[in-house]
Ligand binder design. Structure first.
Ligand code: ATP
Length: 166
């Protein structure tokens, strides 16, 4: 029932390597230790889609985007790192808000509606996890989703609860 994370990430990232290559960027999946986690594959796929899509949108040709996962205590981390334009300290809290977009010529060029990261935040919280952004070295951003290996109360249902019949 639990997912082999390394295999799942490999399968998920694979198609994006071609998209990156077509934009003159490199997408690299770093080796991941063998562990299992309880997760909703469709939603985590969607989360990765948002983070990889952003990494590609906000980084230049010739740069590398790295995806990896790490085991930390009873949690695991999904990390998507880019060598792009980075995010100013003042914007870091707000980028997870609905419709918030950093006002740069780059985001004006790329378009988008500022929903991606708010959906990412929602997916992570359904898994009882957290998501944060930090600087990548020497430049760019790193998005880190920290997720429990086995969410104690299971995954919160993504469906609205049906009203009780009287
Ligand atoms: P979309 O809804 O299509 O994803 P979006 O990319 O504008 O549009 P979000 O994914 O919510 O929306 O991102 C919000 C803002 O955060 C972006 O407009 C951009 O300014 C900034 N941002 C997100 N990811 C990155 C990144 N990897 N590097 C630099 N800035 C980023």
């Amino acid at each position: 029932e639990a997912t082999h994370v390394a295999q799942f990430l490999d399968r998920t990232v694979e198609p994006y390597t071609e998209i990156a290559a077509s934009q003159g960027k490199k997408l690299v999946m770093e080796p991941v230790a063998d562990f299992k986690a309880t997760l909703d594959q469709n939603l985590i796929h969607q989360l990765m889609n948002i983070l990889i899509d952003n990494a590609m949108k906000y980084s230049p040709k010739g740069s590398t985007i790295t995806v990896t996962a790490k085991l930390v205590n009873r949690k695991w981390q999904l990390i998507v790192a880019d060598q792009g334009i980075g995010i100013q300290l003042a914007d870091r809290k707000r980028i997870f808000d609905r419709f918030y977009r950093v006002d740069t010529s780059r985001s004006r060029q790329t378009g988008g509606n500022g929903l991606g990261l708010s959906i990412a935040q929602w997916i992570v919280s359904l898994h009882h996890g957290t998501i944060a952004v930090r600087d990548n070295q020497p430049h760019g951003s790193q998005f880190v989703a920290t997720l429990p290996l086995n969410p104690e109360n299971g995954l919160t249902s993504r469906h609205e609860k049906k009203p009780k019949k009287k």
